[in-house]
Design a protein around this ligand. Structure first.
Ligand SMILES: Nc1ncnc2c1ncn2[C@@H]1O[C@H](COP(=O)(O)OP(=O)(O)O)[C@@H](O)[C@H]1O
Ligand SMILES: [Mg+2]
Length: 270
């Protein structure tokens, strides 16, 4: 069943055509990666899907319903959650409160309850706290949860951001370069985490430069270059696509560079 459908998406910034006709789908429970060189338009595509940018053409549908150009809060309410290329957390809030913030999307509270601190309000606050702890367990956060999030090491902050996105109980999770800045061990844990998220039934769209990770977890890979889609298929097909290898390489490279780029695109073959 198609959860997300992006059709002929276009986005221009002044004279720059950041996205020039991008079409792809994400089925329920599927992991689809979007790869391509820096500046290819990957983050912009996510921004169009989540309502942060208004596309200049094409359409985005969720479960068959058009959401093109709708506001981010509206699209989030329909079950789309994301993380950012550079984590955007509330630095002056605790780790726990950052994740609790995610629960407010579905938590039923009204202003009266909150002002008067009714028993119902206290129950729902407790529910939010319990759920935040469960997601922090799920992402394997080891650090202090009561301390400020900005005091955590970078890799842990990335986990908190994923926990917050999961606390929104999304049907579709968009991850923008989740492995960037992680060490080898953390990347292995991320791989395991992505698989466990999928087992929950959550579909994932993944922007990632780490080809080993992409080839390992994706059912399908979409390749963007200068805003144009140059490939879409299963990982084993895409990694052998000459246009993909070329895009990662440029035209003037010598044979040694070509071999290195091939290795990079193919990831770890075993
Ligand atoms: N808010 C913006 N204003 C102007 N240009 C932008 C903006 N966001 C992205 N771009 C441009 O769009 C192109 C694609 O950027 P981006 O989507 O961030 O690429 P990627 O995530 O693949 O590295 C780049 O040329 C970038 O400079
Ligand atoms: Mg980007």
């Amino acid at each position: 069943m198609t959860l997300l459908q992006v059709r002929d998406l276009r986005l221009a910034f002044g004279g720059v055509q950041a996205i020039d006709g991008l079409s792809f789908t994400v089925d329920a429970g599927e992991i689809v990666s979007v790869i391509g060189p820096n500046g290819a338009g990957k983050t912009s595509a996510f921004n169009c899907v989540t309502g942060f940018y208004k596309p200049t053409g094409g359409s985005v549908t969720l479960d068959g319903a058009p959401v093109t150009g709708r506001r981010p809060a509206k699209i989030a309410g329909l079950g789309v959650s994301r993380t950012f290329q550079n984590p955007r957390l509330f630095g002056e809030l605790s780790v726990l409160d950052n994740v609790r913030a995610g629960t407010h999307l579905w938590l039923k509270q009204n202003v009266f309850d909150a002002l008067v601190h009714t028993p119902r309000y206290r129950r729902s606050e407790q529910e939010a706290t319990d759920e935040a702890h469960r997601w922090l367990d799920f992402v394997g956060l080891r650090g202090d949860r009561a301390g400020l999030v900005r005091h955590l090491p970078y890799g842990e902050q990335r986990r908190v951001e994923i926990a917050r996105a999961l606390a929104r109980r999304p049907r579709l999770l968009l991850l923008d370069e989740p492995a960037a800045g992680l060490n080898h061990g953390e990347k292995g844990e991320l791989l395991d985490l992505i698989r466990r998220i999928r087992e929950l039934g959550t579909a994932i769209a993944l922007i990632e430069h780490d080809m080993g990770l992409v080839m390992e977890v994706s059912q399908r890979v979409v390749v963007l270059n200068f805003g144009k889609e140059i490939a879409d298929g299963p990982p084993e097909q895409v990694r052998q696509d000459p246009a993909v290898i070329e895009a990662y390489l440029g035209r003037d490279a010598d044979d040694a560079e070509l071999a290195a780029a091939r290795e990079e695109v193919r990831g770890v073959e075993g």
